[in-house]
Write a protein of this length. Structure first.
Length: 142
């Protein structure tokens, strides 16, 4: 079958649109991961429940949905241990409950018909969790 010039243009347009959509989601994800890594780096090595570089596994599609649970739990453990070691009063498991809700909404977003609502909830929770972790990171200083 011959593809006409019009078909090639349509393919190129779809490819460019796909790349733009990918960049729209990838750029915030990179800054989010940098925030998580920075927060973990501010914890002393003995208080890190996970290596800071492991947060970059969140860029792997599909795998990231499950890995995000591990990141949230280990982030809370690390921050809690660091706050306790420094004598800083903070919630017992910083950000964990909110982070787990966020992860649950991400999983639920694949449910047919209702997925859009769960996805919107996930997006809101993701932004709030990101802000919370950035706040905890600021509390730890340099």
């Amino acid at each position: 079958m011959n593809l006409g010039a019009h078909d090639g243009f349509s393919f190129a347009l779809v490819a460019v649109a796909g790349l733009i959509a990918f960049a729209i989601f990838l750029i915030p994800l990179i800054f989010y991961i940098l925030t998580l890594q920075k927060a973990l780096n501010k914890c002393s090595p003995q208080n890190q429940a996970m290596q800071p570089g492991l947060v970059w596994l969140l860029v792997i599609p599909c795998f990231s949905i499950i890995w995000h649970f591990f990141v949230v739990i280990n982030m809370a453990k690390s921050l809690s241990a660091e706050f306790q070691a420094r004598g800083i009063q903070e919630e017992p498991e910083p950000g964990q409950v909110f982070g787990l809700v966020m992860c649950g909404l991400a999983c639920a977003s694949v449910v047919p018909l209702l997925g859009s609502f769960f996805g919107l909830g996930y997006l809101v929770c993701w932004i709030i969790y990101w802000v919370k972790i950035a706040g905890f990171s600021r509390k730890l200083g340099v």
